[in-house]
Design a protein around this ligand. Structure first.
Ligand code: 4AD
Ligand code: MG
Length: 492
């Protein structure tokens, strides 16, 4: 990236204000190809630059003004010094928290602590003022609950800006991880007719009532007359379709939105969340665990290497010891125990849990947290759950009671990954579908995979927002996704 150094005329937007000495160093046109603010920090003192962004704060002192400017490209704000007379009074009044501006000026070595350089303004253009009396993000220290109500503005704040940068980098790291290992990235459908998890917590998809006029009243609808000619839903997982392609292309993964109509108000559940789902042919439960562990560690390491400033902020303000924990987890082996061992540990713990512990009961969040936070102190992979509490597609063990399921539990979060080796034997799978009372016809194509060229295979699903909670230390899943969908919450 080169820095534009010559004085150039400003084309494009009309100017709201102009100060003496400008324009100094404006970009030729309104074009994305300009320096991001993060690049200005490494500019050599003496360089003339333009800095575009939104004002975090303005502080006036003895004829000078200090403006903190941020464009979202990095955690740190650029300090802009506006000397007396550089900007006329009326324009200066518009440079308030939330305003969008461009400063032209000279990068100089900064006398202030915590920043190598600052910008001495020679001119400014105000693109959009923000009335200080009305701007909702005026004060520091707004609660996360309040920020959820202004989700359309929260990316301007420190915390949510950091969340979005970490989210972006994690997403890239995931694609990079699989691409480097030869996995095929697959787009699985969002509208589906089958219930992957068999749990029935699905949203129905039907044309809007408006387009169908009075003929349509949801409870009298005949599904055969509906858009798809049968009931259709938003997918809860791309797994079943990923399996069909793994049994042709060997190693595949999906990374897409998934939907659950659970009426859960917990801090770990969303109605719309993103899931990463690898699926591998010729892979068993051990290979699956190995991949899950290698995958999580690689993502953590990537984020430690590429999001240092943001993670330091989370470490300081949100979750003490975050950095030390993530580095430790990235390097040490995960614990691997069976469900039966986990139940024995819980029974021997002497803790009084809200939900009773017995062989056959599903592990509740409090049990998962005890195992990871109290007993083991790092991520744990629990395998071989009772078949009665797991989905129909999991491979049955010889004991007739358990299946080759695996959940990866993370400290503070609980379940972060759920997966299994898949049942590849046609007769066993057909019996399981019948025993669970699932509609066999709906799964004809899934059963076909076991009819034609079946293979041992396995995969898992990582809840992307749960991973982000783990990595940032954020306590509520609603604060790690741009727009949260939860019961009663589909604003914006
Ligand atoms: O354990 P789950 O339900 O597994 C599946 O859906 C499998 N079909 C995945 C597979 O094997 N390909 O969900 C996987 C992960 C969970 O471990 C959790 O991290 C996350 O998805 N998850 C949720 N995240 C946010 N809100 C919810 N309501 C979630 N439900 C599951
Ligand atoms: Mg699960």
């Amino acid at each position: 990236m080169t820095f534009v150094a010559a004085a150039m005329p400003i084309l494009g937007l009309p100017r709201l204000g102009s100060g003496p000495g400008r324009p100094v160093n404006s970009a030729l046109t309104m074009d994305y190809r300009r320096e991001y603010l993060r690049e200005l920090f490494s500019a050599t003192p003496g360089t003339m630059v333009s800095a575009y962004g939104w004002v975090k704060t303005r502080r006036d002192s003895k004829g000078l003004s200090f403006v903190q400017l941020n464009d979202g490209s990095c955690f740190q704000d650029l300090q802009v010094v506006v000397n007396a007379g550089v900007v006329d009074e009326a324009t200066l009044k518009l440079i308030t928290t939330g305003a969008c501006v461009r400063f032209d000026g000279e990068i100089v070595a900064s006398p202030a602590q915590g920043q190598a350089v600052e910008l001495v303004a020679k001119g400014v253009e105000v693109f959009g003022a923000a009335d200080p009396l009305a701007y909702p993000l005026q004060k520091k220290g707004a609660t996360f609950e309040f920020l959820r109500e202004i989700a359309h503005l929260r990316a301007r704040g420190n915390t949510f800006g950091a969340v979005l940068r970490v989210r972006n980098e994690a997403s890239w790291a995931i694609h990079k991880f699989f691409h480097e290992r030869g996995f095929l990235h697959l787009h699985t459908p969002i509208i589906t007719a089958s219930d992957c998890e068999g749990a029935g917590a699905m949203f129905a998809v039907t044309p809007s009532l408006k387009t169908h006029g009075d003929r349509y009243a949801l409870d009298t609808t005949d599904p055969k007359e509906d858009f798809f000619g049968k009931p259709a839903f938003l997918t809860v997982s791309g797994q079943l379709e990923a399996e069909t392609v793994a049994l042709a292309m060997t190693n595949v993964y999906t990374f897409g939105p998934t939907f659950r109509a659970e009426n859960s108000h917990s801090s770990r559940h969303l109605a719309e969340f993103w899931m990463v789902e690898p699926e591998m042919a010729f892979c068993d439960i051990v290979g699956n665990m190995n991949l899950a562990e290698e995958f999580l560690k690689a993502i953590l390491q990537h984020l430690l290497d590429h999001c240092a400033a943001d993670l330091e902020f989370f470490n300081k303000r949100i979750e003490p010891e975050l950095l030390a924990t993530l580095s430790h987890v990235a390097e040490s082996p995960f614990e691997r125990i069976s469900y039966t061992e986990a139940v024995d540990m819980l029974l021997a713990s002497g803790e009084s849990f809200e939900f009773p512990v017995f062989w056959g009961a599903d592990l509740q969040s409090e049990h998962e947290r005890w195992l990871t936070d109290t007993k083991i102190g790092r991520p744990v992979i629990v395998t071989d759950y009772p078949k009665a509490i797991k989905a129909f597609y999991m491979r049955q063990n010889e004991d007739g009671k358990t299946v080759r399921a695996m959940d990866v539990l993370a400290p503070r979060i609980g379940e972060i990954i759920g997966g299994s080796q898949r049942e590849e034997r046609l007769d066993v799978l057909e019996r399981r579908i019948a025993d669970m009372g699932l509609p066999r016809e709906a799964y004809w194509w899934y059963l076909d995979l076991r009819r034609y060229g079946s293979a041992p295979h396995a995969g898992f699903g990582l809840g992307f927002e749960r991973l982000l909670m783990y990595v940032t230390g954020m306590k509520n899943i609603r604060d790690v996704i741009p727009y949260h969908r939860a019961p009663g919450q589909a604003d914006f």
